[in-house]
Design a protein around this ligand. Structure first.
Ligand code: COA
Length: 436
């Protein structure tokens, strides 16, 4: 049978496909902006047909399954939280499961959280009958290979990306055609504080470095200060529009990479339509599963690997809290520790945690102790550089006393006196900290 016949045989309405989801099933949904929006909206519309579904996701897009009062029908179990899922966990209408991003595929495939249904969004098939996972390969591809039932929304707006990104139509059980624009991530507004942080981080980056950056204002601010650099490369879990602009400008060309030379290696993408058009059929991007891209042993094979991530707070020993505000679960570990470890093992590698010195203009993010209930993301043994708008603290190789001193000197000046008091209590030594 030709692939076109197979495709037509599997083509059904959303309602028909969703009849193959059974009560109590665990559904793993395509990641981030590759969330199969139409299928999920339909599943929520038909909620009365279901009892006790568990919906697993990570970085959420619209996440309609996390809406209020749905948990009798479908309850979210998320491995990372974002704006559309945080409240459901706070209200105890959803659950959060901690997991390194690099281990997510294995968690779904090894039996810890086996997937009954993979609900994914893919590109339309190419001339050989292969659909592309497009902007999210991460764990989505693995889940589609292991789930008992695969339901795919085929969307002509999903780019066809290069790398290990394909699924043949014969490996999909139910195909639902529905075209809709991909959800976009608008470019962040960059404040003066973030600009200073970006400049400080950029001072740690050299020509030829291989970069991992998260998303948001700080990574974009760093990129703003790299326009005089050359031969930069990318090995990152995610990238967005900021990287595209430096690629178009010639600063990022992946030519100095000793590993996956001339390819930007990533596992998922979020950005604007311009960015999605840029990655479409573009062989400079290699999208691969997250258990490969984020494996610290793989990351470390890139020489001069520099990773830049952010956090909620840091204590005076350098313990980094990135995913919770006290007991309140805010996000997840994501790939932070994967990349901190990978950069530590890379020849010439560096890891940077960058953050504004204060939150909401009234809390210092550098604290004597981490907030009660918070969880440590990057340990004091792994941390290397902490950067704020006031400067750079190099913690690797530094004693607890030296760490506290350097951190106080990059804290907001309003909070330095009280941090210095704690230093003096702890180390029985008067600190001559910066007063600016
Ligand atoms: N105390 C109280 N509130 C704090 C706080 C603190 N120490 N630090 C931050 N906040 C609040 C902010 O005020 C803001 O609140 P708002 O949403 O009401 O405005 C919110 O927390 C988010 O802070 P912001 O600085 O805007 O966060 P961000 O979008 O830059 O994200 C992290 C920062 C740490 C949450 C994010 O980088 C993360 O989840 N990291 C872990 C995962 C990771 O590193 N992955 C790898 C790369 S993708």
């Amino acid at each position: 049978m030709s692939w076109k016949d197979i495709y037509n045989q599997k083509l059904v309405s959303a309602e028909e496909a969703l009849k193959h989801v059974g009560n109590g099933n665990r559904i793993v949904v395509g990641h981030a902006m590759a969330e199969p929006s139409y299928l999920l909206r339909e599943m929520v519309r038909l909620k009365d047909n279901y009892l006790g579904l568990q919906v697993c996701s990570m970085v959420p897009a619209e996440a309609p399954y996390a809406g209020e009062h749905l948990s009798k029908h479908m309850r979210l179990n998320s491995l990372f939280l974002g704006g559309s899922t945080r409240k459901a966990v706070e209200n105890n209408e959803a659950d959060f499961t901690p997991c390194f991003f690099s281990e997510v595929p294995n968690t779904f495939s090894c039996g810890a959280l086996p997937a009954d249904v993979a609900m994914i969004m893919v590109s339309k098939p190419d001339k050989h009958g292969y659909c592309s996972f497009g902007i999210s390969v991460d764990f989505t591809k693995t889940v589609a290979e292991f789930a008992k039932v695969v339901i795919a929304q085929v969307n002509e707006n999903m780019p066809r990306t290069h790398g290990n990104t394909f699924i043949h139509v014969s490996d999909i059980d139910f195909i639902v055609e529905h075209n809709e624009p991909l959800i976009e991530l608008p470019r962040p507004k960059i404040t003066e504080v973030e600009e200073k942080i970006g400049k400080n981080c950029a001072s740690l980056i050299n020509d030829g470095d291989c970069l991992q950056l998260g998303i948001g204002a700080i990574p974009d601010a760093v990129l703003m200060f790299l326009t005089d650099k050359k031969d930069l490369g990318i090995h990152s879990e995610i990238i967005s529009d900021g990287v595209m602009h430096l690629m178009k400008n010639g600063n990022i060309n992946n030519k100095a990479k000793n590993f996956h030379n001339r390819r930007a290696v990533v596992t998922f993408l979020m950005g604007t339509k311009e960015f999605y058009d840029f990655v479409d059929d573009n062989p400079e991007f290699e999208l691969l599963s997250v258990d490969y891209v984020n494996d610290p042993r793989v990351i470390a094979q890139n020489d001069n690997m520099v990773c830049i991530n952010s956090c909620i707070e840091v204590d005076l020993m350098g313990q980094v809290v990135s995913s919770s505000i006290g007991l309140r679960q805010f996000s997840g570990v994501g790939g932070q520790v994967d990349f901190v470890r990978g950069a530590a093992w890379s020849k010439g590698g560096r890891s940077i945690i960058a953050m504004p010195s204060t939150a909401k203009g009234k809390f210092s993010k550098i604290k004597p102790f981490i907030t009660e209930g918070a969880t440590v993301t990057t340990s004091l043994n792994d941390v290397e550089y902490i950067v704020t708008e006031y400067g750079i603290a190099k913690l690797k190789g530094m004693s607890l006393r030296q760490r506290a001193e350097s951190l106080i000197n990059i804290a907001h000046p309003d909070f330095r006196p009280e941090l210095a008091e704690e230093y003096e209590r702890r180390f029985d030594h008067k600190l001559d900290y910066k007063k600016d």
